[in-house]
Design a protein around this ligand. Sequence first.
Ligand code: FAD
Length: 279
Amino acid sequence: MIPPIARRFVAGDTSASALSHARGVNDEGISVILNRLGEHHTTPEDVESDAAAYRSLADAIDRRGLDACLSIKPTQVGLDLSADRYVETLRSVVEYASDRDVFVWCDMEGSATTDDTLDAFREIAAEYPWSVGQCLQSNLKRTRADLEALLAVPGRIRIVKGAYDEPSSIAYVDRERVDEAYRRDVEFLLSNRDRGVAVGTHDPAMIGLARRLADEHGTDYQIQMLMGVREDAQRDLAEQGVDVAQYAPYGTRWADYFWRRVRERRANATFAIRAILGR
Ligand code: FAD
């Protein structure tokens, strides 16, 4: 059972609850990105168990005709074992999902994983063009160069501000600098890639910027937001004809994800406390 404190942000503890959440969100004109909670798996059994769960989720999405895709954490499917193990497992999920027309996103974790994550994305996107997408984080100073290097790769790119604490030697740490880098990266993507750009943010200024730039350049794009965060804005954007997707995690391993959201923003803690008090 997901405790009341986390229910706002987590779509239940089973794939059945996640799929039923997806149906409800689809009914509001919003597509869904399903993530099975889990990271830093260090045994082949845990890696294979989550990979198998993603394959069966792809099957269920296809059978139910949902407007949904998957989002996977690299260390959930092998990166903490080895880079080869990650590529192999990711390939098994993407091959299975693409046969069913289900798209697969790869999340981006801490900076120690960035090189291996991007190498795997390049390799799998070359084998399964436009069936896989990669998240990149604007708080990392390297990201602009990474975005340039990925221009020729046939996969989608999600740009986010970045949720991991990183040292100032490799990352922008103050809010203004992160926002500035994010603005620059959104602009770069929307003016240099003509398809498959996803802008993962709740920031009204960044969403406005993305909409303006996409109109100006005629770029195909999607706004992505998290379950439990500005859901009214998600619905408003969808009503205005913007392509919106909601990232909805599910599963029993909710604690790390939940505390990341609380650390990000005090208001998220307030929502959680209200949920405990039943208000
Ligand atoms: P912030 O700078 O946190 O906030 C800017 C403004 O947005 C606020 O001033 C407010 O107006 C509005 N806002 C933000 N949160 C709320 C709220 N709870 N309620 C009301 N208004 C709010 N990070 C990673 O490191 N790796 C990933 O793979 C990854 N994937 C993601 C996928 C998606 C779909 C999304 C949406 C985020 C993902 N993130 C990921 C998290 C991301 O890096 C940020 O930590 C997170 O999105 C918060 O940044 P922000 O852009 O929303 O804006």
